[in-house]
Design a protein around this ligand. Structure first.
Ligand code: SF4
Length: 334
């Protein structure tokens, strides 16, 4: 089975100025695979500064890896040309957090949807273009007659975000990068948009990388999860296991910092006492905040296999078998 997307030891370092003294590792040694024939929803979770937005920018080709490579259908995305590049730009789409950002207040929804149709020559006639718009809007649960011809201010935040999803869907994407797509939408509409994304995966064969700081929504939408902290993978696996039974001290902190009305958990029940201090050491990125830190944590922990669908990068599990980082995807069910 061929790969739709493959990240091979991708690292991104930002450095200020010519002198490299202020280099920041935004993402460190990430290897990941999405199968062509197994559309899935994978969450990448973490706080701000965890590297998740850098990952989105890398996947969309907005920035390039410092080391490592990203392959789309077996080809390095930084060297794509001609037809391959066009196919990548059409098949890898994004939905961002701000549903207002892509709307020019002076254009109607029709205009927003017509642009990609023209850009990628998706229709030969106006009637065909209209049919495609209507199909895409219907697929995301909107009634075309409710939104076509309208201006952005006449629509709700939830409608705008679903129009963004419809816009992506028009291009028949194979991969959707959804970067905090519901964080600026009313809580009452979140479930609706998450359901829309799930339908894309189930009914249209679109794989989705769902990027979020919000484990509640991750739990409801994704099959697998990768928890990032300061650019490194802390824990990964089946979403149900990682969120209900987190093993890494950082994931425990994240899970414990939110209320779980439907998981029989009391907020703050297992509160982690966070150490003062900051700054990334050369060892475990979480060391300065970890209540369980040990001398050995001054060296970077490998990933350890907790079970066949759960892995964590923490010396607390050093009695478990080590996992080479290239095998991370083996722990992510699709
Ligand atoms: Fe804490 Fe050490 Fe585990 Fe890092 S490796 S999370 S510092 S116990």
């Amino acid at each position: 089975m061929s790969n739709l997307l493959e990240l091979r030891n991708v690292t991104k370092v930002y450095s200020r100025g010519v002198i490299n003294a202020n280099a920041t590792i935004a993402l460190q040694d990430i290897s990941l695979t999405l199968k062509e024939d197994e559309p899935t929803i994978m969450t990448v979770a973490g706080e701000s500064g965890s590297g998740k937005t850098t990952l989105a920018m890398l996947l969309l080709g907005f920035i390039t890896p410092t080391t490592g490579e990203i392959l789309y259908r077996g080809k390095n995305i930084t060297t794509l040309r001609g037809k391959d590049k066009l196919a990548y730009r059409r098949e890898v789409q994004a939905v961002f957090q701000d549903p207002f950002a892509v709307f020019n207040p002076f254009y109607t929804v029709d205009h927003l949807l017509t642009v990609p149709i023209k850009q990628f020559k998706l229709a030969r006639t106006k009637a065909e273009a209209r049919k495609k718009m209507e199909e895409a809007l219907t697929a995301v649960g909107l009634r075309p007659e409710d939104v076509l011809g309208r201006f952005p201010h006449q629509l709700s935040g939830g409608q705008r975000q679903r129009i963004n999803v419809a816009r992506a869907l028009l291009l028949k994407p194979r991969l959707l990068i959804a970067d905090e797509p519901v964080s600026m939408v009313d809580a009452s509409l979140r479930a609706n948009i998450l359901e829309t994304l799930r339908n894309l995966q189930r009914d249209h064969g679109v794989s989705i990388i769902y990027i979020t700081h919000d484990l509640t929504t991750a739990y409801h939408i994704a099959k697998s999860i990768i928890v990032l902290y300061r650019g490194g993978v802390m824990e990964a696996g089946d979403v149900d296991t990682v969120i209900k039974e987190p093993q890494h001290p950082y994931t425990k902190l994240l899970v414990d910092s939110i209320p779980w009305p439907d998981l029989n958990r009391r907020w703050g029940e297992q509160q982690i006492k966070v150490r003062e201090g900051g700054g990334r050491s050369h060892g475990c990125p979480f060391m300065s905040r970890c209540p369980a830190a040990m001398e050995i944590c001054k060296t970077q922990p490998p990933l350890y296999e907790l079970n066949s669908h759960h892995t964590a990068s923490c010396y607390l599990y050093s009695q478990q078998p080590e996992v080479v980082r290239e095998r991370l995807s083996a722990f992510l069910p699709s």
